[in-house]
Structure formats: C-alpha cells, structure tokens
Design a protein. Sequence first.
Length: 454
Amino acid sequence: MNLNERIKLINQKQILKEKDFILYWMSHSHRAFFNPSLEFAIELSNEYKKPLVVYYPLTDKYNFSNQRYYSFMIDGILEAKQSIEDRGIKFALEKVEDVKNRLIHHAQNACCIVTDKAYLKYQRNLSNSIAQSIKIAFFEVESDVCIPIEVASDKKIPYAYLLRNRIHQYLEKFITPVELIEPSIKSIHREFEFEKIPFKNTKDILNHLIIDKSVSFATFKGGYTEAKKYLKDFINYKLYKYKEFRSHPELDFQSHLSPYLHFGQISPVEVVLEVLSVYNKNDENVDSFFNELIVWRELARNFCYYNPLYNEYEGIPDWAKQTIEDHLNDKRDYLYSLEEFEKAKTHDKYWNAAQEEMLKTGKMHNYMRMYWCKKIIEWTKHPKIAFDIACYLNDKYELDGRDPNGYAGISWCFGTHDRPWQERKVFGKIRYMSESGLKNKFDIELYVKKVQDL
Ligand SMILES: Cc1cc2nc3c(=O)[nH]c(=O)nc-3n(C[C@H](O)[C@H](O)[C@H](O)COP(=O)(O)OP(=O)(O)OC[C@H]3O[C@@H](n4cnc5c(N)ncnc54)[C@H](O)[C@@H]3O)c2cc1C
C-alpha cells in the first residue's frame, strides 16, 4: 500500500533521534493486520533503529462507558495485543485517568508519536491538543477509510452521488494490501516505563473499571477473528442476495460488520479486497454492498469532518430546518418521553420491536433504524428534542454507536444528504416513513416475532 497520502505530520515538530522509542498510540484501529498506522510505526522504528511501543491507554471516562461496548472493545484490544506481541513488538496497555496527560508524559521519552486519524470532534480535539503540547513529531495515519478523507474532497459533500462519482477514480490507487513489515528490533522483552495492567482477560478488566453495568452485554463478541468469521459468512452465504434482501429486517442478509468497523477491529480495505477475491467488481450485489461500505460510510466521515454541528439538530441543512420549523405547531398524534422510548413503550409494536432489537442485541437492522428515528421525530414536541433523543439512545445501546455513521444516519432522517419530498404534517418536506410502508416492503410481523424470540 502506498502510505504517503494517508500520513500527515500535524505539529511540524521533529523526530528526536536521541530519545528511547517510537510510540504508536492505538486510538482507533484496534487491530494487528491491515493497519497502516502500525506498519508506518514499524517503518520508523526500523529506519531510526529505535524499539516500537504500541500503546493503548484504557480509560473509563468516555461518554456512555458501559459494559456492553467495553467488553466488545476489550475483546478486540486483547486480541490485537496478542497478535502484535507475536510479532515481537511491545504492547503497553495502561489503565489511565487522563489520556492526554498520560500521552504527554510518555512523549518525554519518545522519538515521535504515531496515531490513527479521527473524524469526530472530541477525538480530533484530543489529538490536536496532545500534538500541540509535546516537543516531538506527531503523525496521524488514515487507517480506517478506503480513500483518505481530504483526498476524496476538501469540503462537505451534500449528496451521496457526488462522492460515488468521485470515489471510483480512487479505488485502484487506495484499495491495495497493507504489507506486514518485519520489525528489525524486537521490543517485546524490553522494559519501558508503562504501568502494567495485572489483569488477563476481558472479564477481569471490566471488573476494574467504573462503567455502567445496567446495559446488558451484546450478542456479538469483539475481535479480528470474529470480524473475519462474519465477513466469511457474509461472502459465502449472504452477498449473492445482498441487493435484493439488504432491506429485509425479517431476514438476515447484512454483514454485521459495523461494530467491528466502528472499533477498527477490521479494515474496510481488507473487507473490500476479501470480497473482490471471490466476486467480480461489476456484480450488482458487490456494487450495492460497496455503496454502503464505501460511499455511505465515507460520506458520513466527510459529513462529520467538515460539519462541526454533525451531532446537533442545528447541523441539518437549512431547507430542512426551515420546512420542519414551519410545522412546529402541527398536532402530534402521540408524544413520548425519553423514558418511554427507551423502554420501548410506544403504541407502535413495530417501533417497539426495533428498540427491543437494539436493547437486546446491540444492533438494530438498518431499515428499522430509519423508521425508528423518523418516528422519534413524529412523536416529540420539537425536532431538536427528537435529534437529541435519537443520538442518546443510539450512542448508549448500539455497539456501533458513537460513530460518524450514527450521526450522519440520524441527520439523514432530518434531511441531510436527502432532497425535499411532498409536504406533510410535522415533517414538512422531509422524507416521511409510514407503518404501511413497512408492511408493503417486507414481512414486518415476522420481524416482530424474530425480535420476540431473541
Ligand atoms: C438513524 C440511523 C442510525 C444509524 N446509526 C449507526 C451507527 O451508530 N453506527 C453505524 O455504523 N451505522 C449506523 N447507521 C447506518 C447503518 O444502519 C448501519 O451501518 C448498518 O445497519 C450496519 O449493519 P451491517 O454492518 O450489518 O450493514 P451492511 O449492510 O452489511 O453494510 C456494510 C457496512 O456499510 C456501512 N453502512 C451500511 N449502511 C450505512 C449507512 N446508511 N450509512 C453509513 N454507512 C453504512 C457500515 O459500515 C456497514 O458495516 C445508522 C443509520 C440510521 C438511519
């Protein structure tokens, strides 16, 4: 893989050769394979003849820290740790109170820091403020997109088709394997000043974190091996009908890769290459799958990167805000509180089933996510309240929540990346979704039964 366009030095400082080690802060790409950040860090380690330390600062101070997603995430980190150590590289997993302070502290002995590029505000602010507070070079590597975000576009892209048109020209250049580089210095047995976590497995680590235990564990297990199993199963048994059945929640034709992609446990480039090792790129199912995995997923990153209001009602397009606010005084047939939504206590058994699916498994079907969010708009007093409720529930319960896809998906329900439709009550010209639409498109009763049986 040509790494050049994925790497950016973001603080104009030097690599200090007299220091002790190269530090890769594994912030997002929780994996040992197809990880350009890791390979770039190994390259630096070889070039400067300094040992590499892969560093994961584990904190329980993030929003929505709960056992559902922490257990999935730690599964993935422990697997990555093992695979990286198998390559002879030191992996330091530290329990920390404050990620920024700890990184600044370790930077005193490091030649430079390499990390994964982020797209959300709090992650970008964290990276930027660390980069500005240290005296050594700080590199960001784009490891979790097919096409580097600023290469695809230097501004916000309003519609998917515009990115779709552009993306195809870059695919050959950027969809290439990430070669594993042999580390010339084995750092695994060296001692560095990182505090050791004395715990061995996910359960043990979870017990030492102060996290919300009221959210149940998900039905997915984290890690690269699991991600590869889902990918293989998808390619072998589902992809051939993806186009026809991807919007059938009563069936199971999605890949289920979103939690793995969200935590960087698998690379989207690896997913694309695995698909192309079996299927022709002109296959209509492949086209449909890449439209989601590449176009919509990377449009979501573009949206969050260039629109600081991505997770706020105020960030929706002007036309959408205007039209929905023209209807603020329309009578709502139902009004629900956050608690009623959260407990799946609405009058609508289809909506409740979607919410239940998310509560029980940690992953709601894509088609139902659209219906779910549209109905929150319909059944709240103000669209701003609806936006906040949707973000809260999505971030708290979806394993793949707290992701650009989630904010772009919710914002899409409010008109982002969409066009005006026929005017109607409450929604104005924003696209509406109805119960009868569900009944016409698929066997919604079977979906309800499927969720009940979970
Ligand atoms: C209101 C709403 C909220 C959403 N919240 C999230 C979220 O928090 N996290 C999240 O990852 N996705 C979210 N999505 C997008 C989509 O529903 C999920 O990505 C998809 O259901 C994940 O399941 P899968 O991996 O089996 O999908 P597949 O159909 O197998 O798709 C493969 C991959 O393509 C990407 N993808 C698929 N659909 C979309 C989409 N509409 N937008 C962007 N990327 C897409 C995902 O990375 C997905 O893993 C949301 C959509 C809506 C409408």
